[in-house]
Design a protein around this ligand. Sequence first.
Ligand SMILES: C[S@@+](CC[C@H](N)C(=O)[O-])C[C@H]1O[C@@H](n2cnc3c(N)ncnc32)[C@H](O)[C@@H]1O
Length: 231
Amino acid sequence: MLSMKRATLEKNPGDVSSMFDDVAAKYDLMNTVLTGGQVYGWRRTTTVAIDPKPGEKILDLAAGTGTSSAEYAKAGAEVVALDFSAGMIEEGRRRYPHLNFVQGDAMDLPFEDNTFDAVTISYGLRNVNDPHKALAEMYRVVKPGGRLVVAEFSQPQNAAFNQLYRFFSDQIMPLMAKFSSDPPAYDYLVESIRKWPAQREFAQWVAAAGWRGVEYKNMSGGIVALHRAWK
Ligand SMILES: C[S@@+](CC[C@H](N)C(=O)[O-])C[C@H]1O[C@@H](n2cnc3c(N)ncnc32)[C@H](O)[C@@H]1O
């Protein structure tokens, strides 16, 4: 649907949600194409970091079409896949009918304090209107001793690699996006990645929300960073 409204960097929740409604059907395919398949490795490393165990309660926020949630459920965990886009959830329910999808807002979670063993968010926090509020909400709903894992685009650490990556994201990705069903959504993707804090600054945001022992690991040279912390 080329007539879609794209979200701006103000991340108005209505615009973000309808933008994802519109891209839902092709979302996972575009992820594979735009990342050259690297997303599969990033997802495997994220699952290892979360370490889902049978019977554990795991909250996957901004879960979209449930691709990440399905992996955690496969390990035997009881997963709640929350997202505010009705379109992404509809696509997710079609693909993974066994998953528990909940429509809700990451900034105002519909759960009691101390409910989950782990809370995680993959490529979602960057799109949330107030990520600090979401980090505080995640802290509230996790049990004491529970864990946080955030996978998000970040900044390549090596200067030469960073330049190459910038060239790819500024010149090549927009060209690739032109062939997608929703080019404006992919302009938003590039701009939102550029605006997102680098590894260390984001680690400070996590700590400021009350989380302890914040650490991170770079994936693909820092194109993506995986931050971990505990309550
Ligand atoms: C890039 S997708 C990531 C989907 C999935 N986590 C994955 O790994 O593929 C971002 C998702 O964040 C959701 N989102 C953004 N802001 C949200 C909020 N405040 N509450 C819940 N979901 C939100 C969008 O609807 C969208 O599905």
